[in-house]
Ligand binder design. Structure first.
Ligand SMILES: Nc1ncnc2c1ncn2[C@@H]1O[C@H](COP(=O)(O)OP(=O)(O)OP(=O)(O)O)[C@@H](O)[C@H]1O
Ligand SMILES: [Mg+2]
Length: 295
């Protein structure tokens, strides 16, 4: 009597649970945790050229175009070498990036915002806050001693005189420069060049624009200087754009090489280089990366 009852009870319970299981709504996961897709914020490049054109007028008034439709960008924490034959527009490019010269057409963006070329006060602020130059012509102050010249960016930001000089001296010493108390006229061209480099290294600028900064240095000193730039880029995330003719050094120390091709009005295009121009197989495009520097 009890056995059939138990049998029917078990069958009833089983079919009940089976029915529930089949009717159960599919598991959609915890309701309290909405699915959020994390999209990384896209940071604009530090500097971006958009279809920039630049031409000069010679003394007869004729237009001398340097480039048209120049496009490309420089990221934060990047050490970029700019290569190309003499007269191709490398210094012109640095002058544009640094706000010393205005493009005739197109735009230069700094962190996504147009550099205000038509507003002199804002442009001066852009230059003072964000850019440091190592000029091809060096531009040292003749009546200031080496350490004082190097310390200028600190003195301009009201660091006390003694402290500024004390901070400049080891930077000069690391580049093998003794005689920090000498005037520029008492220094060789290579020594002057290191003072100009120290001045840029001591600035707080986001980008250093260095125009052939190792042109007067022997190979060991050139490597020393590029190591200093490399350290700065790696240690502070700042950007260095360096014009150079030394492809081997550029490949060793820089993150990226860009080159002016055969056509002087194009930047970063492929093309073979004339026989007298340093060739860099990797230096083809403004956006081409050459991998990790071997330092
Ligand atoms: N102020 C100027 N007035 C007229 N032409 C200029 C001026 N500055 C530069 N140029 C011309 O623009 C072109 C690019 O000059 P730029 O100084 O940028 O060349 P570069 O690539 O830096 O050369 P280098 O390797 O010799 O320093 C050259 O043809 C030059 O003659
Ligand atoms: Mg030049």
């Amino acid at each position: 009597m009890l056995a059939p009852l138990c049998f029917f009870a078990l069958v009833g319970l089983g079919s009940y649970w089976l029915g529930r299981a089949l009717r159960r709504t599919p598991n959609l996961g915890p309701v309290s945790a909405p699915r959020v897709r994390l999209v990384p914020a896209v940071r604009p490049p530090l500097l971006e050229l958009r279809d920039v054109a630049k031409a000069y007028r010679d003394r007869s008034g004729a237009v001398v175009p340097v480039f048209t439709n120049l496009c490309g960008s420089f990221a934060e924490g990047e050490f970029v070498a700019v290569l190309g034959a003499s007269g191709r527009g490398k210094s012109t490019l640095l002058n544009l990036l640094g706000g010393l010269d205005a493009p005739d057409a197109g735009a230069l963006l700094f962190r996504g915002e147009p550099v205000p070329f038509s507003r002199p006060a804002l442009l001066a602020r852009y230059r003072a806050r964000h850019v440091a130059f190592v000029f091809q012509s060096l531009n040292l102050v003749a009546h200031l001693r080496a350490a004082e010249n190097a310390a200028l960016p600190l003195l301009c930001t009201r660091v006390p005189w003694d402290e500024a000089i004390a901070r400049a001296q080891p930077v000069l010493a690391r580049m093998g420069l003794s005689g920090a108390d000498r005037l520029p006229a008492e220094l060789s061209r290579g020594q002057q060049q290191r003072v100009a480099i120290a001045r840029a290294l001591l600035s707080n600028a986001d980008v250093i624009l260095a125009d052939e900064p190792t042109g007067s240095l022997d190979p060991a000193l050139a490597r020393n200087v590029l190591s200093r730039f490399r350290e700065l880029v790696a240690g502070t995330g700042r950007t260095v754009v360096m014009v150079t003719h030394d492809v081997a050094l550029a490949r060793r120390y820089c993150d990226r090489l860009v080159a002016f091709g055969r056509n002087p009005f194009e930047f970063g295009r492929d093309s073979d280089h004339p026989a007298d121009e340093p060739t860099a197989p990797q230096a083809k495009s403004l956006s081409l990366r050459i991998g990790t520097p071997r330092v």
